[in-house]
Design a protein around this ligand. Structure first.
Ligand code: ZN
Length: 484
């Protein structure tokens, strides 16, 4: 073959590949539903007043559960009963471990599988109260925002759900399916006595829920690269959680005559080695689904890349791994958090240890991670211990072609018509994992808007929700429950 015909073949191949890339980008079709229901409730200023009041109750769940202020939780219950007498009259109420509430709304069609909608009543402490523009438990309403701990996470959702049930009762609405509304009181500290107890009770009642909606992901604004419009994320799985202690022993001695190698130097080298050899990056199912939903909505050039994952996968993965949050989406991460060694300034410690907080991607098993650590270190002197008590496997991945996902997607589009809806992987942990014993379809979404500016206010300083967004939250639950 001469050079000329080789050149022609090369040109032909290139043109074919470019053609295929363009074809793939044009061919992908949008997964977004069209807004349908614009029948939103009439809302008045009382909703803001009640949200402000709900923030006044310091329903703080501390790490040490025995020190929670039970009077705040019980007063909060009374506040709910007084604010929503119709809800407490119409729905059956059960109390779990003194503070957790389960409300049951009987549907009209007993053949339909029930639905579970949840939110949590506890909040994290607000220790930096001096840094807040308004006292974190004041519920200050400046006419645009309602300020305070829990306004987003998660009293906003909880109060919006109560307002919605109240409005629907006034409308004489009755759901077709049974609906359970579950309100845990210790989400911020594992959910063991709230959501877990409620989920176990539902299991005992033989409840197999069609879907469970819990908080988790949100409507993001300006946080998804290339997307000017909001992107509403629905978590279809959450990463696992594992603490692993890595320790090593070596000769100690006096610090005036140090040997070249000691427990601290060995441990430091190991930490460095593990840092340079992270777990492999890959797309798990929820992130694959995210790309499928997002790609058609992207501007042309990023769309070219994302629509041709078969070719550009390595590029996409390396873009992801560059940012901390992107990296956490494409691999199991291992963060060294607690280092321990030494008792005195002039004594070389004979033992050093580091605690790794590991977040597992769906599909990764704890044993895979231990094997990776062992193989990377390749040194028998290191001891590896897993904290089995706090180990949480990654949650099962919920499907996206289910009636539950479609109802949530439709409700988001009804209220936020210009938002792009995408399933995704949730990086943190929520109460939702406890409900996997009663449903395969668990969706993590709360209808509040998070921007680059407000993201740190959740568990941080100056948490607040706009009045407009709070109205949208109520409209979301309203349009969702009307489909149930
Ligand atoms: Zn929360």
């Amino acid at each position: 073959m001469n050079a000329k015909s080789m050149g022609s073949i090369f040109l032909f191949l290139m043109a074919s590949i470019i053609g295929l890339i363009l074809y793939n980008a044009v061919r992908i079709t949008s997964r977004q539903l069209e807004p349908q229901d614009s029948n939103f409730p009439e809302l008045n200023n009382d909703i803001f007043k009640r949200l402000s009041q709900s923030i006044n109750y310091k329903t703080v769940s501390n790490e040490n559960f025995s020190v929670i202020d039970s009077s705040e939780f019980l007063a909060f219950h009374q506040f709910l009963i007084q604010s929503f007498p119709n809800v407490f009259n119409k729905l059956e109420v059960e109390v779990y471990n003194t503070f957790g509430l389960l409300l049951y709304w009987k549907g009209s069609d007993s053949k339909l599988p029930p639905i579970v909608i949840t939110a949590h009543m506890d909040v994290v402490p607000a220790e930096d109260s001096k840094k807040w523009a308004h006292n974190p438990f004041s519920g200050h309403d400046d006419g645009t925002f309602i300020w305070g701990r829990g306004s987003l996470d998660d009293k906003g959702s909880l109060m919006a759900i109560f307002e919605t049930i109240n409005l629907l009762i006034t409308d004489n609405f009755r759901p077709a399916a049974d609906i359970y509304f579950a309100f845990g009181h210790d989400e911020e500290i594992t959910g063991k006595y709230g959501a877990s107890a409620i989920a176990n009770a539902l299991k005992k009642k033989n409840i197999k829920a069609d879907f469970v909606l819990d908080e988790g992901m949100v409507v993001t604004q300006g946080l998804v690269p290339f997307m000017k419009n909001p992107v509403a994320l629905i978590g279809t799985s959450e990463k696992g959680f594992m603490n692993v202690r890595l320790s090593v022993e070596a000769d100690g001695g006096h610090a005036s005559t140090p040997a070249n190698e000691n427990a601290v130097s060995l441990l430091a080298a190991a930490v460095d080695k593990l840092n340079r050899n992270p777990l492999p990056k890959r797309f798990c199912k929820p992130v694959e689904d995210f790309i499928i939903y997002l790609s058609p909505e992207l501007p042309f050039f990023p769309k070219l890349i994302f629509a041709n994952k078969w070719l550009f996968k390595p590029i996409i993965l390396s873009v992801y791994e560059k940012s901390a949050s992107g990296n956490a989406l494409v691999r199991t991460t291992a963060a060294p958090t607690l280092l321990m060694a030494g008792v005195k300034d002039n004594v070389i410690p004979d033992k050093a240890s580091v605690l790794y907080n590991i977040r597992l991607l769906p599909g990764d098993e704890p044993d895979d991670i231990i094997q990776h650590i062992k193989k990377t270190l390749n040194d028998d002197r290191f001891r590896i211990e897993v904290d089995h008590e706090h180990l949480q496997h990654p949650s099962p991945v919920s499907e996206i072609n289910t009636p539950g996902f479609i109802k949530i997607h439709q409700s988001i589009k009804n209220v936020f018509p210009d938002a792009t809806v995408c399933p995704t992987l949730m990086l943190g942990a929520s109460d939702s994992r406890h409900y996997s014993i009663i449903s395969e379809n668990i969706y993590r979404f709360a209808p509040y808007i998070v921007t680059d500016e407000s993201i740190d206010s959740i568990h941080g300083v100056n948490e607040r929700i706009s009045r407009k967004n709070y109205e949208q939250m109520i409209s979301f639950y309203y349009t969702l429950i009307r489909q149930c």
